[in-house]
Design a protein around this ligand. Structure first.
Ligand code: ADP
Length: 673
């Protein structure tokens, strides 16, 4: 076994590898870029070497720097993690030239799987089933089209050098073919500098089922069963599970053996994943082989009770596989949810920011959180926006799913938009509970996951309003307990007025929409409930509840349930047994000195874009006048005059991007001049 290894990666995967190395008594060396000087992986490692600037092209992708760092620190081997240099044949060769062990497969295996079409040829020769299609060298339009016509539409065009879903196009009819090919080629040349294409039959409702394989230098090979990764957005995985629901033993064995055949066809060593598409009739087809550890490997670890990084280290140092096929068994069920800094309501676009609050659910035998960040860390534009992988395990799928939703509900992150609520709603949706899985899952069940129906809003709004009035009462009570006169009417919050029902108005921002609400207190005997109405709509006639810490017991027209509340920055999230909702309260325009959200603050409240400059520099404005509008998180925020005076200059123009906290304009206050 090695004494010291270098991890050529960052974030959660670097931390993951370091943990196993530490357990095995192996010293670790981290590498880092300018942006990662204080990153978690750096502090966890015994030694760390700076290898360049923040962009990965100037640091984590510079193989020679990584090798220099290994030689300098006396590391014997390099673990590449995933991404970055993990499937780079040149880097693997360079390790060899420098007498460093590359913890991964031989270079020939990386090369063989580097091109999707060459990989298919090898698999076809080895007798591994392929999706019907064309993966030949002749790239003329006529040949590609002829192949497509022959297999029948829909077909899928794929860049042979592809990855990450780029250069991929569905073609639904012969008429669309020429344009689709041209577009896919353009995308491929931009992304990979190579516009060669292959064509496959497009399966309309396949599942993505992949097999974890492991081979050693002695020629042994095993499969560690499958993972179902059908739940994808933009053709990329978001929730994975093992075993695949409903896969019977015979099919599992068939797919496992096909995967071993694939690995042996390229004389594989180490950890690899053979990805298959599984059709509804039980046929399965080779898609590609990833010659590295996968992001989703923890679900396999959970159901086999093995540490795959330990296996990698043992195999790379020349030891035989720790277990043989007949010693491997599936125990229970595991899920992995990828927690991303991204905006599900905006086509899952990545977002950036500072993790101002970060509280993952407690780890246990059932819950594992693999993360590479701490509270206060930055999610930057330079790297993948994944914050953590939440992995859960239990005896069967239903129980494991209950663990997953509970843990998602306990996850607290603020400082940026995340996909937590989306994951929670997805995991809680009936189709997911029913394991009605295929790669179109998210599109197909959009309404159930995104809960954008009117009906949902009708349920969410009264709960949100009830929480707000109870919170107000709770705060007033707290203030009263600390005051000299607890019975003072100033500590009452019921909005009580003589001879009139007590009413309060809130404007909530929910699902990007504004909802004005009226909450009216009903005094009926001892108990008091609230009537909650919007313009022309009665949402709830009798809402009651008890708020205790962050636990809310709600009763909406006789339907009682519990909710957990999390409130950070100005976003309030409520998690119930069935869904999660997040909203903000629009600050009321009181027309007095509190008027305007940002009175007195001439700084950007968050990262955003300037959308309007409303006054001429030098012209007189009154206190509270809107001076500038910026858009952030898809909402507009006005910056208002803190006093009577003049804007002397704007520091930004329309369309400019501004960082949260930046000063936006110079203001001359009349009273101070
Ligand atoms: P990439 O390497 O760009 O990620 P893959 O070949 O791994 O691309 O495919 C990514 C995803 O695209 C798969 O998980 C699956 O959802 C979908 N896909 C790929 N090939 C097909 C096909 N022939 N029919 C239907 N869906 C496919």
């Amino acid at each position: 076994m090695f004494n010291k290894i270098l991890i050529a990666n960052r974030g959660e995967i670097a931390c993951r590898v370091i943990r196993t190395a530490q357990r095995l008594g192996i010293a670790t060396v981290a590498v880092y870029s300018d942006a990662d000087r204080n990153a978690l992986h750096v502090t966890m490692a015994d030694e760390a070497v700076h290898i360049g600037a923040a962009p990965s092209r100037e640091s984590y992708l510079l193989g020679e720097r990584v090798i220099e760092a290994a030689l300098r620190t006396g590391a014997q081997a390099i673990h590449p993690g995933y991404g970055f240099l993990s499937e780079n044949a040149e880097f693997c060769n360079a390790c060899k030239r420098n007498d460093l062990v590359f913890i991964g497969p031989p270079v020939s295996a990386i090369e063989a799987m580097g091109s999707k079409s060459a990989a298919k040829q090898i698999m076809e020769n080895a007798g591994v089933p392929l999706v019907p299609g064309y993966h030949g060298d002749d790239q003329s339009l006529a040949i590609l089209k002829q192949a497509s016509d022959a297999m029948g539409y829909p077909v899928l065009l794929k860049a042979t050098a592809g990855g990450g879903g780029k250069g991929m196009r569905q073609v639904w009819s012969a008429e669309e073919f020429d344009d689709a090919l041209a577009a896919a080629r353009r995308e491929a040349i931009n992304a990979f500098g190579d516009d060669r294409m292959l064509v496959e039959k497009y399966l309309t409702q396949p599942r993505h089922v992949e097999i974890q394989v492991f081979c050693d230098q002695q020629g042994n090979a095993v499969y560690l069963f499958e993972r179902d990764c059908s739940v994808q957005r933009r053709h990329q995985k978001v929730i994975e599970e093992a075993p695949a629901p409903g896969l019977d033993q015979a099919l599992r064995q068939q797919m496992g053996e096909a995967a071993i055949l694939a690995a042996q066809a390229i004389a594989y060593e180490g950890a690899g994943t053979v990805e298959f598409l599984l059709d509804s009739d039980g046929s399965f087809y080779f898609m590609e082989m990833n010659t590295r550890l996968q992001v989703e490997h923890p679900v396999t670890e959970m159901i086999t009770a093995q540490d795959l990084v330990e296996w990698q280290l043992r195999v790379a140092s020349g030891e035989p596989l720790p277990l043989q096929q007949h010693e491997l068994q599936i125990q229970g069920h595991a899920f992995e949810a990828r927690v991303y800094a991204e905006d599900p309501d905006n086509d899952f676009l990545p977002v950036t920011g500072t993790l101002s609050f970060l509280q993952p659910p407690a780890s246990s035998d059932h819950v594992r959180v693999d993360s590479g960040v701490r509270q206060g860390d930055e999610v930057s534009v330079f790297y993948d926006p994944m914050i953590a992988k939440l992995v859960v395990w239990d005896e069967d799928r239903d129980r494991a799913l209950a663990r997953l939703t509970r843990a998602l509900g306990e996850y607290r992150i603020s400082g940026m938009t995340t996909n937590l609520e989306f994951l929670y709603n997805l995991a809680n949706s009936q189709p997911f509970r029913d394991a009605d899985l295929d790669t179109g899952f998210i599109d197909k069940h959009h309404a159930a996951i995104f809960l954008d129906s009117d009906e949902r809003v009708g349920q969410d709004l009264p709960l949100a309003a009830l929480y707000l009035v109870l919170r107000q009462q709770q705060r007033a009570q707290q203030a009263a307990t600390h005051s000299h006169d607890p019975s003072s009417p100033w500590h009452q919050t019921q909005g009580w007025r003589l001879n009139a029902p007590s009413r309060q108005h809130f404007t909530l921002l929910l699902h990007e929409q504004e909802y004005p609400l009226t909450v009216e207190q009903r005094r009926s005997g001892a108990a008091c409930g609230y009537r909650i109405e919007g313009p022309g709509t009665r949402y709830c006639s009798d809402a009651r509840g008890v708020l205790d810490g962050n636990q809310l017991r709600a009763d909406l027209d006789g339907y009682q349930f519990n909710a957990t509340v999390s409130e950070h920055d100005d976003i309030i999230s409520l998690y119930t047994a069935n869904n999660a909702l997040s909203f903000r309260v629009q600050t009321p325009d009181l027309g007095d000195e509190q008027s305007g959200n940002n009175a007195g603050a001439l700084n950007a409240p968050m990262n955003g874009t300037i959308v309007a400059l409303l006054v001429e520099p030098g012209s007189q404005v009154a206190k509270g006048d809107a001076l500038l509008v910026m858009e952030a998180m898809k909402m507009e925020h006005s910056i208002r005059a803190p006093a009577d005076g003049k804007v002397t200059s704007f520091y930004y123009q329309n369309g400019d991007l501004v960082d949260g906290g930046s000063e936006l304009l110079a203001f001359a206050n009349d009273n101070e001049s």
